[in-house]
Design a protein around this ligand. Structure first.
Ligand SMILES: O=P(O)(O)OC[C@@H](O)[C@@H](O)c1c[nH]c2ccccc12
Length: 260
């Protein structure tokens, strides 16, 4: 079974347990549910660097990336480095993240926060709002066309920006929806974790300009970004290249300075 199926099967169990503990109607009472969200899509459209810096302690393919650094310091470092958004992994079992990480990030920085999660149930969209996210990720590889339509509509009704992630043309074709703000091309195949930047280059011409184009994963140098910009990409999601160093914020600062 590929890792994506393993993760989504785990998520279904995790979400049904959560619904028992905190029903949706209680999530709507959380203080942050009323928060004015900031648009990640707008921040990227108005940016010349377009870096979305990610907090990720580990991953199924890399086990531990960095569990020494403290999230508040990392996300503040990213903001000070000039990142246009921060991505926070909230899955704990495979990526070592948590919803508390999202809460802490929301209290620490003022740039838009993307909740990086395997969303397979509308409950998780209410949860994202309740814990302070400005944007959510929907992964085409684990959702039907109908779910993508429903979930993106629900997210927009909660004033959350939607980043819809694809890895191939078939997934892209079911993702060009009215309530999607950004289309992300994951250079990493979530089924076998192989990374190929050519994925972004190949798919770029198929993505209409209505969507902010984001390239995700495997980005480790500014040359790649400069090249992907010529393919129309305005956002670049980077995790490991920053997180594997002892000061991810400082690494991001030096990286972004080279981009200016
Ligand atoms: O660490 P990298 O290679 O810079 O990749 C970051 C980000 O793109 C990656 O973590 C990611 C992209 N889409 C995802 C979906 C689930 C989990 C993780 C991801």
């Amino acid at each position: 079974m590929n890792i994506l199926n393993t993760i989504t099967a785990y998520k279904r169990k995790e979400v049904s347990a959560k619904k028992e503990a905190i029903p949706t109607r209680l999530l709507e009472k959380f203080p942050l549910f009323a928060k004015e969200t900031k648009s990640l899509a707008e921040a990227l459209r108005n940016s010349t660097t377009g870096i979305i810096a990610e907090h990720k302690r580990r991953s199924p393919s890399k086990s531990v990336i960095n569990d020494k650094v403290l999230l508040p310091e990392v996300v503040l470092g990213y903001e000070n480095a000039g990142a246009k958004g921060v991505s926070v992994l909230t899955d704990s079992n495979f990526f070592g993240g948590s919803l508390d990480d999202l809460l802490v990030a929301e209290k620490t920085i003022s740039i838009p926060i993307l909740r990086k999660e395997f969303i397979i149930d509308p409950y998780q969209i209410y949860e994202s709002k309740a814990y302070g996210a400005d944007a959510i990720l929907l992964i085409a590889a684990c959702l039907s066309a109908e779910e993508l339509k429903q979930f993106s509509h629900l997210a927009k009704s909660l004033k959350l920006d939607v980043l819809l992630e694809v890895h191939n043309l078939e997934e892209l074709q079911k993702s060009m929806l009215p309530n999607v703000d950004m289309i992300g091309v994951n250079n990493r195949n979530l089924k076998n974790f192989k990374v190929n930047i050519a994925t972004s280059k190949k798919l770029s011409k198929e993505i209409p300009n209505d969507f902010v184009k984001i390239s995700e994963s495997g980005i480790s140098d500014v040359e790649t970004i400069k090249e992907l910009r010529t393919f129309g990409y305005e956002g670049f999601l980077i995790g490991e290249n920053f997180m594997k160093t002892e000061n991810p914020g400082e690494t991001a600062k030096q990286f972004i300075e080279k981009l200016r």
